[in-house]
Design a protein around this ligand. Structure first.
Ligand code: SIN
Ligand code: FE2
Length: 206
C-alpha cells in the first residue's frame, strides 16, 4: 500500500490495485449490472440542475439525488426494481482495506463522460461514518481534489488512473473532495472512453 501524500490521516491511494485483467472482468460485470439497473440522470436538490455524471448503484441500498434531496433507497428511481448485488471482487476489496468494518451496503456507480466533473462535497448522507469510503477508478484518468473537513480550506490534487483504489477513512472520511476533470483518451478500458468510479459505503449502523 502506498500513501501518496495524505491530506489527512486515514486517506490512502492504492495505485494499480486492480491489474488490467481484473479491470476487464469488473467492467464485464458492471455491464450486466447496468442492463438491470440502467444509468439514470440525477439532478440537484431544489434547482433540478442535472449532474454532469450519470449514476446507478448496486447493493441493498443506492444513493440517489432528485429535486427533493439526497437519500439512500432500496430501489432504482426509474425502474422501481431492487438494485443488483455488489460483485464479490468489490466485497473482497472491502475485506482487504476495511477488515474491521461491517459490510458495505451501497456501491454507487458514477459514469463520467470526458467533459464531466464533480464539485467539491462531503459524503455525509450515511447514518454512520465509522467505516471508510472505498472507491475504485476505471477507464480514463481523473484529477481528484481533496481538502479538509471544512469547505474552502487547503486542497491537494492527484491523478486517479484505471485500477486505482482510494480509501477515505479516519479523519479523511468527511473530507471535501471532487473531480476537477477527466483526461480524455488516457485509457482504452471503456470502448467509448470516459470514466467509471465505484464508491462503496456503509450506510446504516450495524
Ligand atoms: C464521488 O466523490 O462521488 C466520486 C469520486 C470519484 O469519482 O473518484
Ligand atoms: Fe464523494
Amino acid at each position: 500500500m502506498t500513501d501518496k501524500g495524505s491530506p489527512s490521516s486515514g486517506f490512502k491511494i492504492l495505485p494499480g490495485h486492480f491489474p488490467s485483467a481484473e479491470q476487464e472482468s469488473l467492467v464485464a460485470q458492471l455491464r450486466e449490472i447496468l442492463i438491470k439497473a440502467p444509468l439514470f440522470q440525477p439532478v440537484m436538490p431544489r434547482t433540478g440542475k442535472p449532474f454532469s455524471v450519470r449514476m446507478s448503484n448496486c447493493g441493498p441500498l443506492g444513493w440517489v439525488s432528485d429535486v427533493t434531496g439526497y437519500r439512500y433507497q432500496a430501489t432504482h428511481p426509474v425502474t422501481g426494481a431492487p438494485w443488483p448485488e455488489i460483485p464479490d471482487v468489490l466485497l473482497d476489496l472491502w475485506h482487504q482495506v476495511a477488515p474491521t468494518s461491517p459490510l458495505p451496503e451501497a456501491c454507487l456507480i458514477n459514469f463520467y463522460e470526458p467533459t464531466a466533473k464533480m464539485g467539491m462535497h462531503q459524503d455525509r448522507d450515511e447514518e454512520t461514518f465509522d467505516a471508510p469510503v472505498v472507491s475504485v477508478s476505471l477507464g480514463d484518468t481523473a484529477t481528484f481534489r481533496i481538502g479538509s473537513t471544512t469547505r474552502g480550506g487547503k486542497t491537494s490534487s492527484m491523478r486517479l488512473a484505471s485500477g486505482d483504489v482510494v480509501v477515505m477513512g479516519g479523519e479523511s472520511r468527511l473530507a471535501y473532495h471532487g473531480i476537477d476533470r477527466i483526461l480524455k483518451g488516457t485509457s482504452t478500458l471503456l470502448k467509448n472512453g470516459g470514466r467509471i468510479n465505484l464508491t462503496l459505503r456503509r450506510v446504516t449502523r450495524p
